[in-house]
Write a protein that binds this ligand. Structure first.
Ligand SMILES: [Zn+2]
Ligand SMILES: [Zn+2]
Length: 313
């Protein structure tokens, strides 16, 4: 008897320009064996060169590249990573893949309905299927979180605030979220715990300069094996890292500070670690101050201004 499984239709749409780049790299690397898989030789592309109209010829090359991309199964690692997350896989109908402008621009996004998954990625990722699988497993972890009502993701949160303080907070949030995503991948046996955990520990230590080693360990462990924080918690911790330090090391007197700016001593709800350039100026004046203690917005502005004007804050 034949078992009929109703598979939801999933289509992968790769941008023609990206497909061309990826296929070209694959052919160059794989040589004849890859060409064989495409039943290549020049008969494949020769008719396209005969197309007179440049726009039509361009379009024909694009279609050929997409067909080659499919024949070589170059998107398979992404589909494999998606299949590992049924909560996502059962909802996604179309995976759109386009080229990113550099590593910092890479990522996976999906609209609340999750029918469309948009992937921005560098072409070179496709050179290494195992690396691509690892990348997709991680990026899809973020995507799956954003769809979970319990995570309560705030779409467009990056747009709130601008400047270096907001940028530093965004970077910290990603560092913290990354630990949680990878910790769950490791628990599921889809990521080797080491050296990933050590790498994250180092990133947390960099993101929270001045925090004692023991507290960095506690923060890393909380994010790695603890329950997944909500987006609001991640945002609060990224905005005020001392709250995270207090949460994981409540008995550590170091963290029992009043909610005041350590410099001007005024009560303030925007005390946050400043960017390195500002921190260096504060340390030069207050050697005992540590970046993790943070500064209020007014003090940060004062130091930023002094840095620009070249005077004392
Ligand atoms: Zn990430
Ligand atoms: Zn202040």
């Amino acid at each position: 008897m034949l078992a009929i499984v109703a598979e939801p239709l999933l289509s992968l749409r790769v941008d023609p320009a990206l497909a061309e780049t990826v296929v070209f790299r694959e052919l160059r690397r794989g040589g004849l064996s890859t060409s064989g898989a495409l039943s290549v030789d020049r008969s494949r592309t020769e008719p396209i060169y005969a197309v007179v109209d440049p726009a039509e010829r361009e379009a024909a090359f694009g279609r050929q590249a997409i067909a080659d991309f499919d024949d070589l199964h170059l998107g398979q690692p992404i589909l494999d990573a998606l299949a590992e997350r049924p909560a996502l896989a059962t909802r996604v109908r179309i995976v759109l893949i386009g080229e990113s402008r550099g590593r910092g621009d890479e990522g996976i996004t999906c609209e609340p309905g999750a029918e469309h998954l948009g992937i921005r990625i560098e072409a070179s990722r496709f050179d290494d299927p195992a690396g691509l699988l690892a990348w997709a497993r991680h990026a899809l972890g973020h995507a799956e979180d954003t769809l979970d009502p319990e995570f309560a993701f705030l779409p467009g949160w990056q747009e709130a605030g601008s400047g270096s303080v907001a940028a530093a907070r965004q970077a910290r949030l990603h560092d913290l979220w990354d630990v949680s995503v990878d910790g769950r991948l490791a628990a599921a046996g889809r990521l080797a715990a080491e050296p990933a955990r050590q790498r994250h520990r180092a990133a947390i230590a960099r993101a929270l300069p001045g925090i004692a080693d023991g507290a960095i360990d506690a923060i890393t462990a909380r994010l790695w094996v603890g329950p997944r924080p909500s987006f609001a918690a991640l945002l609060a911790w990224a905005t005020r890292p001392l709250e995270l330090a207090r949460a994981v090391a409540p008995d550590e007197p170091e963290w029992r500070r009043p909610d005041r700016c350590p410099l001007c001593a005024f009560p303030s709800d925007d005390v946050a670690p400043p960017e390195p350039e500002v921190a260096a100026r504060v340390v030069a004046e207050y050697p005992r101050w540590r970046p993790v203690q943070g500064l209020c917005g007014r003090c940060t502005d004062r130091y930023l201004l002094a840095g620009r004007l070249g005077g004392r804050p």
